[in-house]
Design a protein around this ligand. Sequence first.
Ligand SMILES: Nc1ncnc2c1ncn2[C@@H]1O[C@H](COP(=O)(O)OP(=O)(O)OP(=O)(O)O)[C@@H](O)[C@H]1O
Ligand SMILES: [Mg+2]
Length: 349
Amino acid sequence: MTSSDAPILELKGIGKSFKSKTSIADRLTGRGARVLRAVRDVSLTLHAGETLGIVGESGCGKSTLGRCITGFYEPDEGEVLYAGRPFLETGTRLERSRAIQMIFQDPYSSLNPRMTLAQALDEVLLVHGLRKSTGERSNRVDELMDTVGLPPALKHRLPHALSGGQRQRFSIARALAVEPRILVADEPVSALDASVQAQIINLFVALRERLGLAYIFIAHDLNVVRYVSQRIGVMYLGQVVELADADSIFEFPGHPYTRALLSAIPEANPEHRRETASIEGDLPDPLSPPPGCSFSTRCPMAVEICRNTAPPARLIAGHAVRCHRGEEVAAMSKSMRSGEFGPHASRSS
Ligand SMILES: Nc1ncnc2c1ncn2[C@@H]1O[C@H](COP(=O)(O)OP(=O)(O)OP(=O)(O)O)[C@@H](O)[C@H]1O
Ligand SMILES: [Mg+2]
């Protein structure tokens, strides 16, 4: 039974691994291919009209998670539920692609260089049987161009004649052509200039409000994610280590890794920057992650239990946090906001 506030998408303990290529060392030691767990035990929900931002360093599993959501990858563990039903058992592949569409960092690689924008959009409508007559399809092409803010005259151009921003607008139009309910946007503005980034981000926000879309918005830049998202999930080595309301993540980070990410943003939170060392050390080898908490090798707060036992996700002050010391981290963030440690006083002096 689905109620109006039931999530449109639910991930329950998703895991996705890849077999690594065997190296010479692997062969010499006879251990064969190793397994890289790119996404580990990720659970989250997404509601209609909501944007869930996903952030984390390169290689933490954001794109792999996105591809598990769209059905491009079948997870090895857990379930992806769409409107309460297992997504991969929902209709044909074509029907599933109408429900969830993906937008990439570099739209050029997924565009046919020989098709004009109008031809490409027409083809999508035709394949999905969405408008019967040529005239209806032509009207819909004009409407889609308008929806994403592309001048009508561009529809007879080829993709290479577009600027980066126009190309991303076009890839959004192509995704919208099938009237999806969810867009998974994987670093959709990372390749664009700052001024163009802002325009495309504003387009995403406007489209969500107008069309009631739900987004999974993936980016490595926490500021970009904050602007578009109602909730944010922070990933580290394949896991979501903190998930909470966007404003709350910024104000009261509950995981040492989130605090470290925030401290790397100059204007984000002067208080946290003062009190938190930025992340030291390298990302561990994802083929052999640390035995306990995956962040323990870089965490300024790590103690014995962190190095031995993986922390489960716990709800602390409204944040789902994977940290043994989550209560202390939350308390530190709260007391800094209230000025207990005196950062406001020192800031004004
Ligand atoms: N098809 C694949 N085969 C083998 N390993 C893969 C494959 N795709 C991703 N990986 C590995 O899985 C891990 C997660 O990769 P993923 O691309 O999901 O990270 P990401 O967070 O999207 O990184 P980026 O910010 O660089 O895009 C990485 O260690 C990566 O090398
Ligand atoms: Mg990626």
